[in-house]
Design a protein around this ligand. Structure first.
Ligand code: MG
Length: 218
């Protein structure tokens, strides 16, 4: 069973579903030539794809274009359905940083056919998680910077304030479509700067003042 570790506590929380938001930063929408929608784009990832800081990302044989997408990840701590703003805020139990590794070549083929993105998003090791900080211990104000370095070079670096939909709005919206339960994770979308990784690359993702992760591509 895959779990999330909360810093400053012995708690290990079993992961439920992993809900992801696509296209939540304007400049990232532009860099991939996508259209901006009024509602967030929503898709799911699998718990079997989860690995942790220090683990290795395995390049699948069916892709030659794996990209990093660095994202703020929300940990849900309460069951919510059709949450109000206050309920949505309260339902966020913690924050982490994650990598939504994406097979861009596979995803582009799937998009052309109008097929779901599952094959591009759910391969083993495609979801990398840091430890999480409790929302009781840390108040997120969205002025924090999210950063990804590849082999020490900065590739992604933006303030969380650039999100089109903020964490509360995301929880409100998703809970209007499906019940969120304790242990569910929400990937909130990636800022600009996504790019291809190669075997041997060392990735370091961080949300300033909160948490970080490192891993290597194999
Ligand atoms: Mg993503």
């Amino acid at each position: 069973m895959k779990t999330v570790k909360l810093k400053n506590s012995n708690k290990e929380i079993p992961i439920g579903k992993i809900v992801c938001v696509g296209r939540n930063y304007v400049e990232h929408i532009k860099e991939l030539g996508n259209e901006q929608h009024e509602k967030p784009v929503i898709f799911l990832k699998t718990t079997s794809s989860v690995i942790y800081s220090g683990d290795k990302i395995i390049y699948p044989s069916f892709s030659n274009d794996m990209h990093h997408e660095t994202e703020l990840v929300l940990l849900i701590g309460a069951a919510v359905n059709k949450a109000t703003e206050t309920e949505a805020q309260k339902a966020i139990e913690g924050y982490g940083v994650g990598l939504d590794m994406t097979l861009r070549d596979v995803q582009n083929e799937l998009k052309k056919k109008g097929h779901p993105w599952t094959i591009a998003k759910c391969f083993d090791t495609s979801t990398v998680l840091s430890d999480f900080i409790s929302s009781e211990d840390y108040k997120l104000n969205l002025t924090e910077t999210i950063t990804l370095k590849v082999n020490g070079e900065i590739r992604q670096n933006d303030q969380l304030s650039k999100m089109i939909f903020n964490p509360t709005q995301i929880v409100e919206y998703i809970s209007s479509l499906m019940t969120l339960e304790p242990g569910d994770l929400i990937f909130t979308g990636t800022p600009k700067g996504v790019s291809k990784v190669n075997r041997g690359d060392k990735l370091e993702a961080e949300i300033e003042g909160i948490t970080k992760l490192t891993c290597e591509v194999k």
